[in-house]
Design a protein around this ligand. Structure first.
Ligand SMILES: *Cc1c(COP(=O)(O)O)cnc(C)c1O
Length: 477
């Protein structure tokens, strides 16, 4: 039977074919930019979505060829968008683990770009013309800056702790105070790490008080080391007692075992020089007798993600011989960035200006507050008909990444709030729209207000924030 007039009745049949759309003159540019396989995929996806819409809405759905082609283009643009994209970190947490922790200084970005785009020295000894060791790129700098005899670098500090335990304490005992059996975000728990590394955990003392004799009594013929873990993300206060580095180092020496310190967020200068709270440094720990110290590259240090182990030459050599070192090693990009950051530490006076993280941490409330006032007067007008209000408010920022949990930095924020009880309900929508902006703006909601801490907002990012807020206001109006 002839079905000539069916296409007119059946909107499905009116849909152009995949081939037709690929051949369409308007598709030629898309084909060039995205390639035929990707264009075909986008066409199939859109046609499928239109078919589904037709099934649920029937022929009421109006569609022109132009609208189909424009939907296809939009989808191609969307699919080409990268997941790793820049955001404005206005969370008030400077070293935000979910937002990539330390923003690298220009010197480090230049160094890693070079290492990425050219053949470069990684494991090559230029003097000998033969294979070298990648740790040598940063080892002497690390030794110079920490006073260590030797150093090695791995994927992150968690890897540093794991490798150290595996290399030195496998099938042997490691003694640690009960007050330091910490959990850090992302399932890093000291007891679990010990187990996985094959080390036997010997807990001594109590949660709030541990004494020298607890450690001494814990030592057996199977003890490999005493370990101290910096309780970086919480503070034990009140009736507490812990044993100083010097004492633990002496106990270790007397019993011919190792004393190792996991600092977490170690820094290579005394942060109090810059008006920041004091954190223990690797050089202090080594000077006080620690044999090995581990710390992160992308916390207070302000560099790329990596973990450093510094200290005794003999122990580092043993660690480097462990087969796991090969699995945990860092790439040329990391080493290039780390080397550049370490160079900056040779001139501490210029660090706040050179090292991005330190610049962010040392911004004064006066400076941030002036920026907030400027932005409020610029943005106020856009809020007039919105039922919402914008103002500036003093807040406290956090360093983040488990550093100094009780030390907060005076800062200033933009606050978007509702003019009435019902308007408060719009605040989460604004928060979401800002999160979905082309350059996502990440703030936090507190007591039905959106708080945008400006500590990490550079002057050249102000326009992005302004347009993000204006577009979000348009969407809800
Ligand atoms: C952060 C931290 C770690 C883990 O370091 P990553 O670089 O995140 O792997 C380990 N120990 C302590 C004490 C820490 O603060």
């Amino acid at each position: 039977m002839q079905t000539n007039n069916q296409p007119l009745d059946n909107p499905m049949a009116r849909l152009p074919s995949v081939d037709y759309l690929i051949q369409h003159p308007a598709s030629q540019k898309l084909q060039e930019v995205y390639g035929i396989p990707e264009l075909t995929k986008a066409i199939r996806i859109i046609l499928q979505e239109v078919r589904q819409a037709l099934m649920s809405q029937g022929s009421a759905l109006i569609l022109s060829e132009e609208s189909l082609l424009s939907q296809i283009e939009q989808r191609l643009v969307q699919r080409a968008e990268k997941k790793v994209k820049a955001v404005l970190n206005l969370t008030g947490t400077v070293l935000h683990t979910n937002l990539g922790r330390a923003v690298l200084p220009k010197e480090a970005v230049d160094a890693l770009t070079l290492a990425a785009s050219e053949a470069c020295i990684l494991e090559y000894d230029l003097g000998e013309g033969k294979r070298g060791d990648r740790d040598q790129l940063v080892e002497s700098l690390l030794c110079e800056l920490t006073g260590a005899e030797a150093a090695t670098v791995v994927n992150n500090n968690a890897a540093a702790v794991f490798l150290l335990l595996h290399a030195l304490s496998e099938k042997k005992e490691t003694i640690i105070s009960r007050g330091e059996l910490i959990e850090i975000g992302g399932s890093f728990r000291i007891p679990d790490i010990m187990k996985r590394a094959g080390a036997k955990l010997v807990e001594v003392g109590t949660t709030n008080r541990t004494h020298a004799k607890d450690f001494i009594e814990g030592i057996t013929s199977k003890t490999a080391m005493i370990m101290k873990v910096h309780t970086s993300n919480y503070a034990v206060q009140g009736f507490t007692a812990h044993v100083e580095d010097e004492v633990l180092a002496q106990i270790a020496k007397d019993h011919d075992i190792a004393y190792v310190v996991d600092l977490g967020s170690g820094n290579l200068v005394d942060m109090s020089l810059f008006g920041l709270p004091k954190e223990p440094t690797p050089m202090e720990a080594l000077k006080n007798g620690a044999h090995l110290v581990t710390f992160s590259g992308d916390k207070l240090l302000g560099g790329p993600q990596c973990g450093m182990i510094v200290g005794s030459k003999e122990l580092i050599a043993k660690i480097k011989k462990n087969p796991l070192k090969r699995m945990l090693r860092v790439s040329k990009l990391t080493l290039a960035a780390l080397e550049a950051v370490l160079h900056l530490y040779r001139n501490p006076a210029r660090l706040p200006e050179k090292l991005t993280v330190l610049g962010q941490l040392t911004r004064t409330r006066e400076n941030i507050s002036a920026q907030a006032s400027r932005l409020v007067s610029h943005l106020e007008g856009y809020f007039v008909d919105s039922n919402l209000a914008i103002s500036s408010q003093d807040v406290m920022s956090q360093i983040g990444s488990g550093s100094l949990p009780i030390d907060l930095l005076p800062s200033c924020a933009l606050v978007i709030s509702g003019n009435s009880k019902s308007a408060q309900k719009i605040v989460p929508r604004i928060e979401k729209l800002l999160r979905k902006a082309p350059v996502p703006v990440i703030g936090r909601i507190k007591e039905q207000q959106l708080i945008l801490d400006l500590r990490c907002l550079r002057e050249n990012q102000e326009e992005i924030l302004i347009s993000g807020i204006c577009n979000a206001l348009k969407e809800i109006s």
